[in-house]
Design a protein around this ligand. Structure first.
Ligand code: AMP
Ligand code: MG
Length: 472
């Protein structure tokens, strides 16, 4: 049997509640990630065992806990959220010495379910599986997906949907909202304990003493700045960057209505619940900063007994976020154009290019593939002249592009919405072959995958997916 630890349970009891086992009627694996299993130190046949199926469907007795958190959802503070349809099964330590959470999503009601049924749909769990593994393939920090188990039970949504449980693997499930939960209750001692816990797990090199709290904030800020830059360099839109969906260790978490852009537009939004474009592609840095400001507010009492001193310290750290983001974004974008080291004028060059791409409705991914492979660029621009002018601009700014670098950073394959939707619909009807093919390709998004042009092409007019749904 797998040895599951539970160090999170050593934290103050306000942070979690025991989770009940709720057996499901007919569990069946629909996706298993043997590569990840190996990476995190599970035995090769572990995912094939009957007791594993039982464990990962949430049907086996365990010391699982549902975690408490609060969160700003679309700007509104909800003091009590928590794992309403998920719980922490336990932790394992991999061959790399990294401790990872095994988390079950869709495993039934918990103390934090409020009005919800605690269940998740097969489509939503496979969606998270596909997109999180695509992000891992792109080398972007993310929670991972180990398995999806169909429960054999339907869950009522807009229509009846087959239910499923996802096993999520993460370096931590501590969110900005976890600290907000404690701050809203005046639990300063628990907050200090939680920071010490998270630092010991995921932030090596912390100073001793009280300055470690501000140091922690700085680290979280730095990691988020890099993460958001990485998202934007592949056209990723998270879609629901609420503070409860921001992991402090810097992993992308909570794949709901997230999507990759096809045709570039900076204000692109997919989520059907994001009416006002709060979480649009180009809003992600300012929203991340907004969320980090909420984190800083929650931690204030730990920075200094004098509130005004604490505020000044926090503000000084928060001011570093946008410059750190800009630096990471510009460096990431310039690598896509074949330039390894920053130089003057990068920002202007990127802005001018993005403007031309917007006008030409250029496919974000294929534009960079085309320049990496020296293909004809005409179709990405409105006119021959704009295209020629842009080429001259690129040549002037990057006279000797490093094509090997470009090929190593410009993916040929992203999780295109129309392919994801098609694969999920097929899975709902019992055909898993498209999900498997998609996951296979997206695990190696920089490889050529001869013959997979269907997966590289943007959608035809009648294939475009305009909105994605939270699909809880
Ligand atoms: P999410 O939109 O997935 O980030 O979830 C926001 C909050 O709603 C979290 O506290 C979830 O646990 C909770 N939630 C979402 N779906 C359900 C559900 N079906 N049953 C219970 N709680 C849910
Ligand atoms: Mg969430």
């Amino acid at each position: 049997m797998l040895h599951l630890e539970s160090t999170y349970s050593s934290l103050p009891a306000i942070l979690y509640r025991p989770a009940k086992v709720l057996p499901v009627s007919a569990p069946r694996f629909v996706a298993v990630n043997q590569n990840l299993a190996k990476e995190i130190g599970l035995k090769p046949d572990w995912l094939l065992r009957v007791e594993t199926l039982s464990l990962l469907s949430g049907s086996m007795e365990s010391s699982a806990i549902a975690m408490a958190y609060a969160g700003h959802q679309f700007g509104h503070f909800v003091p009590s959220l928590g794992d309403g349809r998920a719980y922490l099964l336990g932790e394992i330590v991999g061959p790399d010495g990294v401790r990872r959470d095994l988390h079950l999503k869709g495993a039934g009601r918990t103390a934090y379910s409020r009005g919800g049924d605690g269940r998740a749909t097969l489509k939503a769990m496979l969606r998270e599986y596909i997109v999180s593994e695509a992000m891992a393939g792109l080398r972007i920090p993310t929670t991972r997906s180990l398995a999806v188990v169909a429960t054999g039970e339907d869950v009522p949504r807009e229509r009846l949907e087959p239910g499923a449980v996802l096993t999520r693997v993460a370096r931590s499930h501590v969110r900005v909202g976890t600290f907000q939960y404690l701050a809203a209750r005046g639990e300063d001692a628990a907050m200090a304990a939680l920071i010490d816990y998270e630092v010991a797990r995921n932030f090596p090199g912390a100073p001793e003493g009280p300055q470690r709290f501000l140091w922690f904030l700085t680290q979280v800020i730095t990691r988020q700045a890099k993460l958001i830059a990485q998202w934007m360099c592949v056209g990723f839109i998270h879609g629901v960057m609420n503070t409860d969906n921001m992991s402090v260790c810097g992993e992308t978490i909570d794949y709901g209505p997230c999507a990759f852009m096809d045709a570039f537009h900076p204000q692109k939004v997919f989520s059907s619940i994001d009416e006002y474009g709060r979480y649009a592609w180009d809003k992600q840095p300012t929203i991340a900063l907004w969320n980090l400001t909420r984190l800083a507010e929650a931690l204030l009492a730990l920075f200094d007994v004098d509130r005004s001193v604490a505020i000044a310290q926090a503000e000084a750290e928060l001011r570093k976020f946008l410059p750190a983001f800009e630096t990471a974004f510009e460096a990431g974008m310039m690598r896509k154009f074949g330039q390894a080291a920053a130089q003057d004028g990068d920002g202007e060059f990127i802005a001018a290019t993005l403007m031309a791409m917007t006008d030409g409705q250029a496919d974000f991914t294929n534009f960079f593939v085309a320049i990496s492979e020296k293909k004809n660029l005409r179709s990405f621009f409105n006119t021959e002249e704009v295209c020629a002018a842009w080429l001259r601009k690129w040549q002037a700014h990057v006279p000797a592009p490093d094509f090997a670098l470009m090929n190593s950073v410009n993916p040929k394959f992203i999780a295109r919405n129309h392919r994801v939707e098609q694969a999920l619909e097929a899975a709902r009807e019992g055909d898993l072959s498209l999900v498997e093919k998609l996951v296979y390709i997206l695990a190696q998004p920089f490889a050529a995958h001869e013959g997979a042009t269907d997966y590289a092409n943007p959608p035809l007019a009648d294939e475009v997916v305009h909105a994605t749904f939270c699909g809880t």
